[in-house]
Design a protein around this ligand. Structure first.
Ligand code: LLP
Length: 421
């Protein structure tokens, strides 16, 4: 459920007409709904009710500081994967003890920054990284809290580019080697080994892969405890999928996911962390774009939009489907026709949808890409020298630009021509 609905024939973001925002900021742009963000965060928080827990929003999904502050003020922790993300979270006042540091390649500089600024735990992904964290911690005279990410060799049944829990993926240590790696970690001077971490992939639309992974983690917890480790925290990752089409079979609800967590690991008495990104932000954001031209091609019509693959890369990168709806609600019974919906970037991959049934549109009409709040703005680029598009946050009847569109000069002037040229 989200807060982007038609009212009297016009698409609204909460209580603000989308067309009004477009008139103010120009197109294309992203718009987020505060109420939807908070609702989704709260669903997860409530799903873990009764267990000691922290929902650490995976801020890679959408990392604008206004979004982070919205969630952090509601009590969310943050899952970060880079120094930039760590500093962004700190910039909006998220305390270090609510920040979890994930990612396969943490550098010495990142480790030092997090240890100095405060960190809840590092989710360690390899033995060399574990040794590096111990070294940096020892040099700073501190002890680093860690979990070790295990790779449970479970098929997440999602797109290959976003599956992470199979043994051929680069993530975590093989679960079969966990005992030996935990033994080494416990012996390192700069580490406090507090738990286990697992994350098997993104956009999971079934609970079974989670169940398989979490059961393996439960078993490992008992084994490691028997080996003498004080396992007291489980980070169960993110990955719960969202409906991208309304006709889609509905993915499991956060409450069902919470029940599964309770069933698989609830008996262990561990503190539970989860790292949802997509489900919090995905359906809390739209990308709004305008039709530049309607072009009649050989046997097909193209809708050429002012938004492109550099602004929303998911269709080009993952063959991802986003519902695209007109900002002016079509009159009931209006006939639809097929369009290829494309952007102006100079490659055929810049195609959002092929033969998508839409009611007729003309130059200047606005369309909204649904489900664009997660992995939308954060994955955008300036390809074709197209400036990053603005982000807008709506709350009730208020809206604000939370990242403005840079000027062409700002973009161009970042380059430097060497003196010798
Ligand atoms: N934790 C870890 C360690 C992760 O790697 C990820 C996502 C998450 C949590 C959050 O997963 P979520 O709840 O959002 O599924 N760009 C791709 C998705 C990449 C996901 C990467 N890792 C897309 O647009 O589909």
């Amino acid at each position: 459920m989200d807060h982007f609905l038609y009212r009297d024939g016009a698409l609204y973001a909460e209580d603000v007409p989308v067309a009004e925002i477009a008139a103010t900021v120009g197109t294309p742009f992203y718009v987020y709904s505060t109420a939807t963000l908070l609702r989704h965060y709260t669903l997860f928080d409530e799903a873990l009710d009764g267990m000691d827990h922290l929902v650490c929003y995976a801020m890679k999904a959408a990392s604008n500081q206004a979004i982070l502050k919205t969630l952090a003020d509601a009590g969310a922790g943050m899952d970060v994967v880079s120094m930039g993300e760590y500093l962004r979270a700190r910039a909006v006042g998220v305390p270090g003890d609510r920040i979890v540091f994930s990612g396969v390649g943490k550098t010495h500089e990142e480790i030092r920054t997090a240890l100095t600024g405060g960190i809840r735990q590092f989710n360690v992904e390899s033995e060399p990284e574990m040794r590096a964290i111990s070294e940096v911690a020892t040099s700073l005279g501190v002890v680093a809290p860690i979990t070790i990410r295990v790779n449970p060799d479970v098929d997440a049944k999602t797109h290959a580019k976003i599956a992470t829990g199979k043994s051929e993926n680069k993530f975590g240590i093989p679960i079969a080697r966990a005992r030996e790696v935990y033994a080494e970690a416990a012996a390192l001077p700069g580490l406090d080994v507090i738990g286990i971490d697992v994350h098997i992939g993104s956009q999971l639309t079934q609970l079974e892969p989670f169940a398989a992974a979490y059961s393996k983690v439960a078993e490992l917890t008992e084994t490691l405890r028997a080996d003498g480790h004080n396992i007291r925290r489980l980070d169960l990752g993110g990955g719960l999928g969202i409906p991208y089409t309304r006709s889609n079979e509905a993915p499991p609800l956060p409450s069902q996911y919470g029940d599964l967590i309770r069933e698989t690991v609830g008996h262990l008495g561990c503190e539970i962390e989860i790292e949802p990104g997509r489900l919090v932000a995905g359906n809390a954001g739209l990308m709004i774009s305008a039709v530049i031209y309607v072009k009649s091609g050989e046997g097909r019509d193209f809708l050429i939009l002012d938004g492109a693959m550099n602004d929303l890369i998911r269709p080009a990168m993952y063959e991802a489907h986003h519902d695209i709806i007109p900002v002016v609600e079509p009159a009931p019974g209006t006939e639809q026709q097929p369009y290829d919906i494309v952007g102006p970037v100079c490659e055929s991959g810049d195609t959002f949808a092929k033969q998508r049934m839409m009611t007729p549109l003309v130059s200047g009409d606005l369309v909204a890409f649904r489900g664009a709040g997660a992995y939308g703005a954060v994955m955008s680029s300036e390809y074709n020298s197209r400036p990053l598009i603005p982000e807008v946050l709506v709350k009730g009847d208020q809206f604000a630009v939370i990242r403005r569109r840079p000027t062409f000069d700002e973009m161009i002037n970042r380059d430097t021509i060497p003196e010798w040229l």
